[in-house]
Design a binder for this molecule. Structure first.
Ligand SMILES: Nc1ncnc2c1ncn2[C@@H]1O[C@H](COP(=O)(O)OP(=O)(O)OP(=O)(O)O)[C@@H](O)[C@H]1O
Ligand SMILES: O=P(O)(O)OC[C@@]1(O)O[C@H](CO)[C@@H](O)[C@@H]1O
Length: 311
């Protein structure tokens, strides 16, 4: 069983404009709305891949009701804690050259009781064979060590955790030894404390260090430069697939979904790598943060090139 946890869901409003003029009048020629937030995107992609998950986290207001109904229409079970206020709307400004400017809102305020309610629900789902996906930012009212706390809580119950978080939350959560992580290049560079572009060798070295902290699998996503997958006895790098990019937002979530789906279906290392590369490339071809279709993922899996790395 997979449970996705989105503490801070969002309606993603993708607006397409020719070229963004900061400080000027920008006319939008297309608008697209999606039920988003990282864990929710993961649930949507798992569904497309043919798997199932329970989506949980916090929802609020009309935007929250819209998200809940989108999930229902897609056949995704949801169990959110309802809070006051309004789930955020995140605006993604997509220019003709493919560049995306993201304007992400902070999200509603969460009270200690509401957080306790979510933790109780997570504990209720936890057990052997259950994978929790903790993904994305946290709304106000919640401290940055929350992912660390949740990982410890879930591990006590025998569950596994896939973490996709950035900054301090990523660093702090590592102390609890998440089982699978998917940092992108920038997140890993920040973790390494470097302000230059890390080489593959640097990234590999850091990924190996993370394995030493109790992490079982590290997937480093590197945008159009591809990805690296590192676990004990399996170290590979894959160039990105050649696809017609529309919006890269959510590509990382599709990779997380493929990792979770692979864990749940006990896919081997090579198949996991293939489906991760294919699902993430497929997500790049879709409008807004829509998941890639399974048929496309199957086609793209054939094109994945897996290069062994390591010394
Ligand atoms: N232009 C592209 N062409 C092909 N594949 C791509 C492209 N951009 C991203 N990908 C695929 O998607 C994966 C994830 O991308 P990226 O590293 O940008 O994730 P991310 O930063 O976590 O994204 P997000 O937070 O927006 O979901 C890459 O490892 C790659 O496989
Ligand atoms: O503000 P966060 O939680 O870090 O990221 C939220 C978000 O940008 O992530 C998804 C894409 O990965 C979008 O659906 C959503 O708007």
């Amino acid at each position: 069983m997979i449970v996705t946890v989105t503490m801070n869901p969002a309606i993603d409003k993708t607006v397409e404009i020719g070229h963004l003029i900061p400080g000027g009048l920008n006319r939008i020629h297309k608008v697209e709305y999606d039920a988003g937030g990282k864990g929710i995107n993961v649930s949507k992609t798992i569904r497309e891949l043919g798997g199932g998950s329970i989506a949980t986290g916090f929802l609020a207001g009309n935007a929250g009701r819209t998200i809940e109904s989108v999930l229902k229409d897609r056949g995704i079970q949801s169990d959110f804690v309802w809070v006051d206020g309004e789930t955020r709307t995140n605006t993604k400004v997509l220019e003709d050259n493919g560049e995306v400017t993201e304007l992400n809102e902070p999200g509603p305020e969460i009270t200690p009781d509401q957080l306790d309610e979510l933790l109780a629900r997570l504990e209720g789902y936890a057990g052997d064979g259950v994978l929790f996906v903790l993904a994305g930012s946290i709304p106000s009212g919640i401290s940055i060590d929350i992912y660390e706390k949740i990982i410890r809580l879930l591990h006590k119950k025998g569950a596994k955790v896939l973490l996709d978080a950035d900054g301090c939350m990523f660093r702090q959560a590592l102390d609890a030894g998440p089982d699978i992580i998917k940092p992108n290049r920038a997140e890993l560079e920040e973790f390494m404390g470097i302000d230059y572009r890390a080489s593959d060798r640097d990234l590999l070295k850091t990924a190996r260090q993370l394995l030493g902290k109790g992490v079982d699998t590290v997937a480093v996503s590197m945008g159009k430069s591809g990805a690296m997958f590192v676990r004990d006895g399996y170290e590979v790098r894959c160039p990105a697939l050649n696809v017609k990019a529309h919006s890269t937002v959510g590509a990382g979530d599709a990779m997380v979904a493929a990792l979770a789906y692979s864990f749940d279906t006990k896919n081997g290392d090579e198949n996991t790598t293939r489906i991760c590369m294919a699902a993430s490339a497929g997500a790049v071809t879709t409008i807004g943060t829509k998941p890639p279709a399974r048929e496309l993922v199957d086609e793209l899996m054939e094109q994945v090139i897996i290069e062994k790395i390591g010394e």
